[in-house]
Design a protein around this ligand. Structure first.
Ligand SMILES: Nc1ncnc2c1ncn2[C@@H]1O[C@H](COP(=O)(O)OP(=O)(O)OP(=O)(O)O)[C@@H](O)[C@H]1O
Ligand SMILES: [Mg+2]
Length: 365
């Protein structure tokens, strides 16, 4: 999707892809096959590029910092990546800047675990590094469950962040795009719905009071400036007792911004490309009254949305279907569907029908 945006601006994208059949390497000619955890692959790749950016966090941060020191242009910078890639460092950077975050504590071993489970018998334990889509997030009730869930990881030396299990009124996301000089644009806040920690649906606009909407956008700006992001930043927010806190960040195009392809004047992908290339940013304003994006989630290895496309396309002519060309697997995000409408409920109903027709797992009620 970033490549589609770059094509329109005649900006040539190269990809470093793990495998020949990774979605990115199937849409762009001449992808380099290699791991972003391999310093030598990173060195060769950055040498071929004027500017390097990222679409995931599984990267060798030390190698990137060395390459940046030697002159490679990384946007966002190695420093931003380091803050954002690790939940513990992210939370402390935000707290230090006075940005509200949920209560949390680091867990590095069983003594820490015993203490936090004493404080918060119902807790959420999150791998500090490397989790995504709820993988690496454990909702536990009591010490025994906690120990069972995370002892193995702790023994391997992977730290966790622990939080009390919060009664979430809503979850929101704000996308912010920023240039190296600090110019930024803020998108309309969206409401996100997760099942088992995985985002399933996005509604724009989020149903918020004017005050809360403004606060969410102000927090987006404050966070983008604190972590000095360049390109797009996703800021995930919790609403608890009417108050906003920042749950986590992603310094890359993000699922919570997929609706912007059709439902904003400039998509998150285009503004990511513009930001990292230090080009003037585009208008983030909504392009329709309401929009809903529903993720297409793999049911099993047999049900492939590509095989169901003919039916799905006939279900709802207004729907925008995006399939990622990934091999289907249970719980894997295989695509998304966006519908714009004057009414969010009507958009949600239509997008869900199409996702269902594409074989998506458990479309939400
Ligand atoms: N303290 C909490 N209390 C209640 N629910 C929580 C809490 N922390 C996380 N969750 C739920 O779990 C989801 C996933 O958590 P989080 O975003 O921290 O992890 P992640 O797996 O890194 O997510 P992502 O896929 O966005 O990278 C949240 O969106 C929320 O629904
Ligand atoms: Mg999240």
């Amino acid at each position: 999707m970033t490549h589609q945006a770059a094509i329109s601006l005649a900006i040539e994208l190269r990809f470093l892809a793990d495998r020949l059949h990774d979605p990115a390497s199937t849409v762009a000619p001449g992808a380099r096959i290699g791991s972003a955890l391999d310093p030598e692959a990173l060195r060769q790749f950055t040498e071929e590029c004027d500017v390097v950016t990222f679409d995931h966090e599984v990267v060798d941060l030390d190698a990137l910092a060395d390459l940046e020191a030697a002159g490679a242009v990384l946007r966002p910078s190695a420093r931003t990546l380091r803050i954002v890639a690790d939940k513990l460092s992210m939370r402390s950077a935000l707290a230090e800047a006075g940005i509200p975050v949920p209560p949390s504590a680091p867990v590095e071993g069983s003594t820490d675990l015993e203490r936090v489970m004493g404080d918060w018998p119902k807790a959420v334990l999150k791998l500090s590094h490397g989790g995504y889509d709820g993988r690496g997030v454990f909702m536990v009730d009591g010490w025994e469950e906690a120990f069972e869930a995370v002892a193995g990881h702790l023994a391997e030396g992977s730290p966790f962040i622990a939080e009390p299990h919060l009664e979430l009124e809503r979850e929101l996301a704000v996308m912010v795009a920023r240039r190296p000089g600090g110019q930024l644009v803020i998108y309309e806040p969206v409401e996100t719905f997760q099942v088992d920690g995985q985002c399933r649906r996005i509604t724009m606009p989020a149903p918020l009071s004017g005050d809360l909407r403004r606060q969410a956008m102000d927090l987006g700006r404050a966070v983008a400036e604190t972590v000095d992001v360049v390109g797009i930043l996703a800021v995930e927010l919790f609403v608890v007792d009417g108050q906003l806190t920042v749950n986590e960040l992603a310094a890359r195009p993000h699922n919570s911004g997929h609706h912007t392809i059709e439902a904003a004047t400039t998509s998150q992908f285009e503004n990511h490309v513009r930001g990292v290339m230090d080009l003037p940013l585009g208008d983030p304003s909504p392009a329709c009254t309401a929009a809903v994006t529903v993720n297409v989630i793999g049911r099993d290895t047999e049900t492939d949305p590509r095989d169901l496309l003919t039916t799905a396309l006939s279900v709802e002519p207004r729907a925008h279907i995006h399939l990622y060309g990934k091999q289907p697997r249970h719980n894997r995000k295989l695509g998304h569907v966006t519908v714009c409408d004057d009414q969010p409920e009507a958009a949600a109903e239509a997008a869900q029908r199409v996702a269902e027709a594409l074989g998506s797992l458990e479309v939400m009620g």
